[in-house]
Every structure is written in structure tokens, then in C-alpha cells.
Design a protein around this ligand. Structure first.
Ligand SMILES: Cc1cc2nc3c(=O)[nH]c(=O)nc-3n(C[C@H](O)[C@H](O)[C@H](O)COP(=O)(O)OP(=O)(O)OC[C@H]3O[C@@H](n4cnc5c(N)ncnc54)[C@H](O)[C@@H]3O)c2cc1C
Length: 409
């Protein structure tokens, strides 16, 4: 039986491990913080099937200078980190072309086509059921221009995936989410969004299955490389273990391991902040995006989560929880009944500058595989990524050309 190591037990690594266990492999998962709360534990819980737009487009770039003026706005840069972020930012700017946008939409649509069914299939392996419900999604907008931009994206998603959408007046939007008592210009409703019960519960379920059926080792891995007919995995403690194949799925921290294998990679963190209220006594019927402010309110099974936005910073830069507070204050303009309080959190989206994840073999050694860089879509794309990686492990040839790491070389 092939022996496979997975480095990282966030939602990507844990999903891959569940899939590989289901396929009958002997699996060891290395996680340096088994009780940690990475991006996979605290995200907005959306299975965002229509979200195929690239991060950067000519329209988005026009809005960036305005956003950057507000340090608590939808996009900020921690300026002392700018030198470290510059190569990634330059690549992001270079990717903001219509032709790259079309390529991103086509590639992400390819993943979205099976993403939902892959979640159900993965759940059948480890007994996860009832964790996803079709809620739809409402984006609310402050201006006609903002509505037009959202309708444009929704139309492109419809053309690619046949997902419907409708423009709603503020009054019609309030019928769906009565808590939206404040003023806004209008809304766009997309029914084909699903919401997960709670990302932490799902992550812990997968991790428990791994503990039961395989090994979840609390260890930090610093190097992987060929060792004769095996692949060696070096722990920070100096211990070495050997495998037939190794999958690197360690979120943004994958980049250190990847670079030590001799490859180039642009991967940085788009950090997001949120606040979770578990004692409100009310919840909203569907996730609501505050499009002009870059954050979302999501109804979890056990509370309301408010947050998102993007802070570009090195992974180790201290958190600025004023950003979570600012989003609570902004939400009160639309939902005056939202109180202060709740639990604040910060997570690191592992993002490539070209808006596409890396789902790939190592070009020089097919036994080393990569799965990271899912940015805003890691929960959505976790199960489809797990299936594709399992197909690569089994020697298959799934169509992952758009996600190949060779694009960075
Ligand atoms: C505010 C916010 C909202 C979001 N909302 C959504 C959403 O609604 N829908 C959606 O699809 N996505 C969403 N995302 C994105 C999603 O959360 C991420 O894309 C996803 O969690 C990334 O998963 P990952 O497993 O690649 O990385 P991570 O969650 O970062 O996990 C990586 C794991 O690897 C471990 N690790 C790192 N280095 C090592 C090492 N050397 N050895 C061993 N272990 C190691 C880490 O400890 C960590 O547990 C959101 C993100 C944020 C921040």
C-alpha cells in the first residue's frame, strides 16, 4: 500500500487526507498546530460557487487608491511589509488584464462545476452529512455603479455555469433579510450559494477521522526531498521519515517548503478579520455581502459572523483588531440592531497573485505534490482539490494545467 504524507491539516490538507484514506492509502498528516485556528477554522463559511472573478481586474484597480486611503477600509497594506510584498503586488498588477481574467474565470468555473458534488462525496467517506445548506447570497450596494459591477460579474458566472441571479430593490432585499433596515441603493441575489454549518466543526470532523483511520502527527515539517526510491520528510526536530509520495498543503507556509525544493513561488497572505456573535438571539436568513466595504455577514449554524476585507501583510505581522471593530461599525449602518461584543479573529488567506490555486506535481519529481494558494475560495474548493490530488497520486492525468506550479518558474 503506498505510503503518503500530507503536510498541513487545514481544510485543504485535511480534505486531501480524507480522500486518500478513502482510496485505501496509508496516510500520515503533519500539522504543527493541531489545536490551531488557521484560515480554515474561522472563515465566512460560504461555498461560493459563482465566485470565478479574478482578484485583480482593470475595474478593481481603479478603486484601489480610494480604498488604500482608509486604513480600516476594504483593502489595506501594512506599509512596513511593502518591500516583502512587492514582487507579489507587481505580479498582481500584471495579471489585471481582460485576457487573464477570462482565463481565471474558465479555470475556476472548471473547478466549480463539480465542487459541490465533491463536498458531498468527501462527506460520504468520513460520515459528514447535513453540513451544507443552499442559502443563496445577497450583495447589497451603495450606488448604481456598484450594482452594475456586481451584475456584470453575476452575468459572467451565469454564462460560465448557468447560475441565475436577479437585481433587487432595497425593499425587495429587505423581504429576504428584514434586519437590513439601513439605507442602500439595491441588491443582487444569487441563489446558487451554499453555506456550511461552521468551518471549524467541519475541519475538526475531518481531523478526527484522520486520527481514527490514519495518523495526525503534531510536527512542523521543514524540508521534503528525494531520498533514493522514497521521499524524505524532515521535521524541525531533526527526525526524518520516508514516504512514497508527499503532498504539501500548508497554506501560505507552503512557500518556504516549496522554495527549499528549488522552485520559485509567489504566495502571500490576504489577511481577513471577523467577529462571531453566538448570543444574539436572532440570525439572518442568508449570507449578506456589503459589496462597497468588502465584508460579509454569514449565518453559521451557531451564530452570526461578520467580517472579511483584505489586509496585505507578512504572516508574522501582529494583528490589528481595529479592522474587525470597523466592520462591526459599518454593518450597523445597514443592520442597526447589531450590538457590540462577539469574538474577534484574524485568518491568513494563502493567495497567489494570479487568482488561481496551485494543484500540481513538482516538475522535477512527480512524487511531490502541491495543493495551496486557494485565496478566498479554500473552503469552496477543498473537496474538488482533494479529488484532483488523489487522481494525481494514483498516477492519473486530471486537467490541472491551469494550476501547474510551472507558471511561476
Ligand atoms: C476572513 C476570511 C473569510 C473567508 N471566507 C471564505 C469563504 O466563505 N469560503 C471559502 O471558500 N473560503 C473562505 N476563506 C478562505 C479559506 O479560509 C482559505 O482559502 C483556506 O482556509 C485555506 O486553507 P489551507 O488548508 O490551504 O490553509 P490553512 O487554513 O492556513 O491551513 C494550513 C495548515 O498548515 C499548517 N502548517 C503550516 N506550516 C506547516 C509545517 N511546516 N508543518 C506542518 N504543518 C504546517 C498550519 O498550522 C495550518 O493548520 C476565507 C478566509 C478568511 C481569512
Amino acid at each position: 500500500m503506498p505510503r503518503i504524507a500530507v503536510v498541513g491539516a487545514g481544510i485543504i490538507g485535511a480534505s486531501i487526507a480524507v480522500q486518500l484514506i478513502g482510496d485505501g492509502h496509508e496516510v500520515v498528516v503533519y500539522e504543527r498546530e493541531p489545536e490551531g485556528r488557521p484560515a480554515s477554522a474561522g472563515n465566512a463559511s460560504l461555498v461560493a460557487l459563482p465566485e470565478i472573478a479574478p482578484l485583480a481586474s482593470p475595474g478593481v484597480l481603479k478603486a484601489v487608491p480610494g480604498w488604500l486611503l482608509d486604513p480600516l477600509g476594504p483593502l489595506t497594506i501594512r506599509w512596513p511589509d511593502l518591500p516583502a510584498l512587492t514582487p507579489w503586488l507587481l505580479a498582481l498588477l500584471a495579471s489585471a488584464t481582460p485576457s487573464h481574467g477570462a482565463k481565471v474565470r474558465a479555470a475556476l468555473a472548471g473547478l466549480m462545476r463539480t465542487a459541490l458534488e465533491d463536498h458531498f462525496r468527501l462527506g460520504r467517506i468520513d460520515g459528514l452529512d447535513g453540513h451544507l445548506r443552499q442559502t443563496g447570497y445577497l450583495s447589497v450596494h451603495d450606488s448604481e455603479a456598484s450594482i452594475a459591477a456586481a451584475l456584470h460579474d453575476a452575468e459572467l458566472a451565469k454564462q460560465a455555469l448557468a447560475f441565475p441571479y436577479e437585481r433587487l430593490s432595497a425593499e425587495a432585499a429587505r423581504k429576504l433579510v428584514p434586519q437590513l433596515e439601513g439605507r442602500f441603493a439595491g441588491a443582487v441575489h444569487q441563489p446558487v450559494y451554499w453555506t456550511a454549518s461552521n468551518p471549524l466543526t467541519i475541519l475538526r470532523h475531518h481531523q478526527s477521522f484522520i486520527r481514527e483511520r490514519a495518523r495526525l502527527a503534531p510536527a512542523e515539517i521543514i524540508h521534503v526531498g528525494p531520498a533514493g526510491d522514497r521521499i524524505s520528510v524532515l521535521h524541525v526536530s531533526g527526525e526524518v521519515e520516508f514516504f512514497d509520495q508527499v503532498v504539501i498543503a500548508a497554506g501560505v507556509w507552503s512557500r518556504d517548503i516549496v522554495r527549499r525544493t528549488g522552485l520559485k513561488l509567489l504566495l502571500e497572505t490576504e489577511r481577513g478579520y471577523n467577529t462571531t456573535f453566538t448570543d444574539l438571539g436572532w440570525n439572518i436568513a442568508m449570507p449578506v455581502g456589503f459589496a462597497d466595504h468588502g465584508f460579509i455577514a454569514s449565518p453559521l449554524v451557531d451564530g452570526l459572523r461578520v467580517g472579511g476585507a483584505v489586509e496585505l501583510a507578512r504572516p508574522t505581522t501582529p494583528a490589528n483588531y481595529d479592522r474587525a471593530k470597523a466592520m462591526r461599525a459599518k454593518m450597523r449602518r445597514y443592520v442597526p440592531s447589531l450590538p457590540e461584543g462577539g469574538n474577534q479573529w484574524m485568518g491568513r488567506r494563502p493567495s497567489t497573485p494570479d487568482s488561481l490555486p496551485v494543484i500540481s506535481r513538482h516538475p522535477a519529481d512527480q512524487r511531490v505534490l502541491f495543493a495551496f494558494g486557494h485565496g478566498h475560495l479554500g473552503l469552496t474548493l477543498s473537496a474538488v482539490t482533494a479529488r484532483l490530488i488523489a487522481e494525481l497520486v494514483a498516477g492519473g492525468s486530471p486537467d490541472v494545467a491551469a494550476f501547474d506550479i510551472r507558471r511561476f518558474q
